[in-house]
Design a protein around this ligand. Structure first.
Ligand SMILES: [Zn+2]
Length: 284
């Protein structure tokens, strides 16, 4: 199991996996954590948001409060090829409005694709703004994102996104991300993101071959049933049942003890688990 990667702004651009400043390591992908607090940001923290890079493409996966500020420390916002918003709860999307305001001020021409479930566009102040190209996603969708640096053939091939519905109340999208080239010869595996979900859902919905599962774990087991979320225990069991390679916990409620959460997840997973933290970079 790969060890934890690095934290820190400089390190985020040149992480322990040897990725370059764009976060790409050859054909491998990277996941940079922009925020990982569950439901609301803790002191100095940020809600859910991740920068996913691979195949020459960059996808901003969830845009919770504080994540646009974090994004600007690790990437030029112009390099974002697409935004994916998992659901309408504010801790997962509110900073897309900050991004739209920035784009207007920066005079960006080409609209950026925003993939979101039904209803979210109407909540955004910039739901009709020409800087964003909104797409209402159904859970069965597959979307190819090709970065501007990704030629149709050759080195960069872009990323392929596949969506599924989770167990969370409002329409919520789990996401599978893989290299569009589909080349497994180099041992490339898919990245899975549970978004927010309750326990009546299986990570097998994300498909086979998940090398790294970014899984919500909001609280410890004594709080199970408080909401449509997972405890660390449930996250570990869900990941083990789906046979994923690595488990990275995220969306921890700021009042939850991180060590206790990690311990119960690892027990159920049957192996050490990792935890998201701002600026931590995970190769996948
Ligand atoms: Zn949430």
């Amino acid at each position: 199991m790969a060890g934890r990667d690095v934290a820190g702004r400089d390190a985020a651009a040149r992480n322990a996996a040897g990725n370059d400043a764009a976060g790409n390591e050859g054909d491998r992908g990277s996941l940079t954590v922009l925020g990982c607090d569950g439901s609301y940001p803790g002191p100095g923290g940020a809600c859910s948001g991740y920068l996913v890079r691979g195949g020459g493409a960059t996808v901003w996966l969830d845009a919770g409060a504080g994540t646009f500020a974090a994004l600007q420390l690790v990437a030029d916002p112009r390099t974002v090829d697409a935004v994916v918003l998992s659901h309408e709860h504010p801790d997962h999307w509110i900073d897309v409005d900050s991004f739209a305001a920035w784009r207007r001020g920066a005079g960006c021409g080409r609209p950026v694709a925003v993939y979101a479930p039904p209803g979210l566009r109407n909540r955004s102040y910039f739901g009709g703004d020409p800087t964003l190209a909104w797409h209402q996603v159904e859970p069965s969708w597959r979307v190819a994102v090709r970065g501007v640096e990704a030629p149709a053939t050759g080195g960069g091939s872009g990323l392929l996104l596949s969506f599924c519905a989770t167990d969370h109340g409002p329409p919520t999208l789990g996401v599978r991300i893989e290299h569009a080239a589909g080349d497994r010869s180099a041992g490339l595996a898919a990245l899975g993101y549970t978004a927010d979900t309750g326990p009546d859902w299986s990570a097998e919905e994300l498909g086979p071959g998940i090398g790294l599962l970014l899984c919500e774990a909001t609280y410890t087991s004594e709080h199970e049933g408080e909401g449509r979320h997972l405890s660390g225990r449930q996250a570990g069991g869900l990941a083990a049942a789906a046979g994923v390679g690595r488990l990275v916990l995220t969306h921890r409620r700021p009042s939850t003890d991180a060590s206790a959460l990690e311990a119960e997840a690892a027990t159920e997973f049957g192996a050490p688990v990792e935890q998201a933290a701002v600026n931590r970079v995970f190769p996948w």
